[in-house]
Design a protein. Sequence first.
Length: 191
Amino acid sequence: MGLLIRPATSSDADALMSLRIEAEKWLAAAGIDQWRSPGFRERALAKWQVDIEEGRTWVVPGSDDMLLGTVTLARPDCDFWSEADAPSSAVYVAKLITSRAAAGHRLGGRLLDWAGGVAQARGLPWVRLDVWRTNKRLQQYYLNEGFTHVRTEAPSHRLSGWMAQRLASTVMHPHDPLRACSLADTPESSG
């Protein structure tokens, strides 16, 4: 499944929300209490809009207006990563979501490998993330993808806080990497 990854644009907002709603439903069906609090969708969309404008959100387009996946290369979250962690030494993965249509193609892992490549290109040794403290399945997923649990923080105003990192040079899916392209390289831009 050779796929391209490109920067998100404001026109991707509806498809990003569709991807998130699909993930919310999947999480709920799996008995995982995440992203179901009132107002989460609106806050997610507002954050995505800022991240898109600042070039931090990337998408893997599928057919038509559907997205197969997304990842945001976020700023370090100061609720979790302190100066002792050397926060500027990493790329921070956030809002990694894959469509059920991509199930079985290890797209999430391939997005993590791609983020590691971005970190290496920037001369940074780490890829870091934080996930919900109660989502044990997601924590195990990241451990299986080569991450090491750093610690768990529990600020009262946050549900996330399980923190992990892996070396940027770690590649778990070397046989089918994502290919990055700019918007100018996409078929929509050349027509």
